[in-house]
Design a protein around this ligand. Structure first.
Ligand code: GTP
Ligand code: MG
Length: 550
């Protein structure tokens, strides 16, 4: 049913022009082969689509028919969709890049009275005066593609209507994951930004990484990008045959970090001064990983641009691989991330909280610890690597297999429900004080240093990815794991009512406000029997629900 829903979602979203014109539903024979596409292939395809695309601000009265006719003058439109973000926007993908050039040729820089404009020709356009609806009494009512997740209250209701916890977990993943359209929009924003950066570095590339592409991103997550200059600076290029070396490489700075900082500084400046739609640009150049942060208004994305960040790209690839190996991986990660956000275990503000990245590594570790393991360890993935996979970054071995077909999985048939239950149980009793979480070995290791939570960085193995987490936050995490484990056990016999406004049950219960964590420390929690704490919670749930019905 996951496959069916996947097909269904693929068909529903956006408008495939050819299909719309012939009124035939698209068949998704390619889905099975698409399933195990390597991240590289996926990135390349999406980048090409983005280069042939434009982003257009429209008026809400814009007639869809006229809009399409207007654009088709410049060439075949391969795909288009509308979305809303402080106004109506459309993403339009042409069949060729020449069409984009033709479209841009016909654009004008608007005359604005009392203001001056910076004449930067970008692929962010606005279309006016194509109003009037298709027929006199028809509202133009564009079908807009959602770019954010459903609110948590609605999610809780929808989950409560599902018939099993397994279905709840699957539903949550489908409701939260980045859609086809959202993914296209993300790559388009990278491509638009590349046009700015190319003013300085014509052969540069801007690639998304992190949750935009690792398979664990939800609608609305930030857009992590990295400026890739490797094709120019050629870190892996052998001696030049011509005997010539590029003069510009001779301009030296005293460290690679200083070079990264100066590159990001000028690009940050460029984005700030000339980047259409880019607002609130902050250069955070002294961070461990220097970055430029800004909001891209037309898409609504919070963007982080970094440079020289190849290890992060490697961890993105690793997470993507794990997510592709078994569908239970993504569902469990999505649910745990959602659960953590609902209880403010994770936060959008940086601080002593557990990050989504750390949390994902914790889920992966747990899945490696099942018997038999659901996913292989990183060392096993390294041992399967071929010569083409060899990768050493700044002395760190980042080698692991890229060919999915070489990976043999063990036959573990545990249900998602069981795994969720066991996840909470596992971390309720994990020896955080002594042990470090290690996905390279797939077993806990003695902690090499003092820190409340120690999760070994998979590639830079001397680092702790959760170094920022303090004891209070870890205690809250453990308390919530205990509570959630208990709640799931109570819900085993709960039969969903099937009413429109059903009593929250199963996974939905876990997303409701907790009455334990945050107030009490771990020690206090142990003294008090769990049943006492939960009784109150269940009472308040009942009350809430009867209040809603009345
Ligand atoms: P969101 O919270 O949905 O944005 O998840 P994310 O995975 O995109 O996390 P984030 O934006 O914080 O970081 C982007 C990427 O940087 C991650 O996917 C990792 O690949 C990498 N990353 C983030 N934090 C760390 C860390 O502490 N250590 C290492 N090695 N990599 C990190
Ligand atoms: Mg991110």
């Amino acid at each position: 049913s996951l496959q069916k829903l996947d097909n269904f979602l693929h068909r529903c979203v956006g408008t495939d022009v050819a299909a719309a014109q012939t009124e035939t539903a698209r068949t998704d024979e390619s889905d099975e082969t698409e399933r195990h596409k390597s991240l590289h292939t996926l990135l390349e395809e999406r980048q090409k689509q983005a280069e042939r695309s434009v982003l257009i601000s429209c008026q809400s009265r814009t007639s869809e028919k006229k809009f399409l006719k207007h654009l088709s003058r410049h060439g075949d439109v391969q795909k288009y969709f509308f979305y809303e973000s402080y106004g109506l926007y459309a993403v339009v993908e042409f069949a060729t890049r020449e069409s984009v050039a033709s479209l841009l040729e016909g654009t004008v820089i608007p005359f604005v009275s009392h203001e001056s404009v910076v004449p930067f020709k970008s692929r962010l356009l606005s279309l006016r005066n194509l109003s009037s609806t298709d027929t006199p009494n028809q509202q133009s009512g564009h079908k807009c593609q959602p770019q954010t997740t459903i609110p948590i209250n609605e999610l809780i209701q929808r989950l409560s209507r599902e018939e099993s916890i397994n279905q709840q977990l699957t539903f949550l993943t489908e409701a939260y994951q980045i859609t086809e359209e959202n993914s296209r929009l993300r790559f388009l924003v990278c491509s638009l930004l590349k046009d700015c950066a190319a003013a300085y570095f014509p052969e540069c590339d801007i690639k998304p990484f992190g949750s935009t592409v690792n398979g664990f991103g939800k609608l609305g997550c930030d857009l992590d990008m990295f400026l890739d200059l490797d094709s120019i600076s050629g870190w892996n290029v052998k001696m030049p045959k011509s005997g010539l070396s590029l003069e510009f490489q001779m301009k030296r700075a005293n460290s690679e970090r200083a070079v990264t900082q100066s590159i990001l500084s000028v690009i940050g400046e460029c984005v700030d001064q000339f980047g259409p739609g880019c607002v609130g640009v902050q250069k955070i150049l002294n961070a461990r990983c220097p970055l430029v942060r800004f909001a891209h208004q037309p898409s609504g994305f919070q963007c982080d641009l970094t440079a020289n960040n190849r290890v992060a790209m490697k961890s993105t690839e690793l997470l993507y691989l794990y997510g592709e190996l078994d569908p239970r991986v993504r569902s469990l990660v999505f649910s745990v991330r959602c659960w953590a956000r609902a209880h403010s275990i994770t936060s959008s503000i940086p601080g002593a909280w557990i990050t989504n990245f750390s949390l994902t590594v914790m889920v992966l570790f747990f899945l490696q610890k099942r018997n038999p393991p659901i996913i292989p360890t990183l060392d096993q993935l390294r041992d399967l690597a071929g010569p083409e996979d060899k990768c050493v970054i700044e002395g760190n071995d980042c080698t692991f297999v890229s060919d999915f077909s070489k990976i043999r999985l063990q036959s573990n048939t545990e249900t998602l429900e069981k795994l969720l239950c066991e996840f909470f149980e596992f971390y309720s009793t994990f020896s955080f004080s002594r042990m470090s979480i290690n996905i390279r070995k797939g077993t806990e290791q003695n902690k090499p240093e003092v820190a409340p939570l120690h999760i070994q960085n998979p590639f830079e193995t001397s680092l702790n990815v959760s170094k920022n987490v303090n004891a209070t936050q870890l205690d809250r995490f453990v308390a919530l794991c205990q509570e959630s484990s208990w709640l799931l056990q109570q819900n085993v016999t709960n039969v969903p009512s099937g009413s429109i406004n059903p009593t929250p049950w199963g996974l939905a219960t876990l997303l409701l406000p907790s009455q334990v964590a945050g107030i009490k420390s771990r020690k206090k929690m142990r003294r008090e029997p769990a049943s006492e704490r939960i009784k109150g919670l269940l009472e308040s749930l009942k009350n809430k629900n009867s209040a809603k019905r009345s």
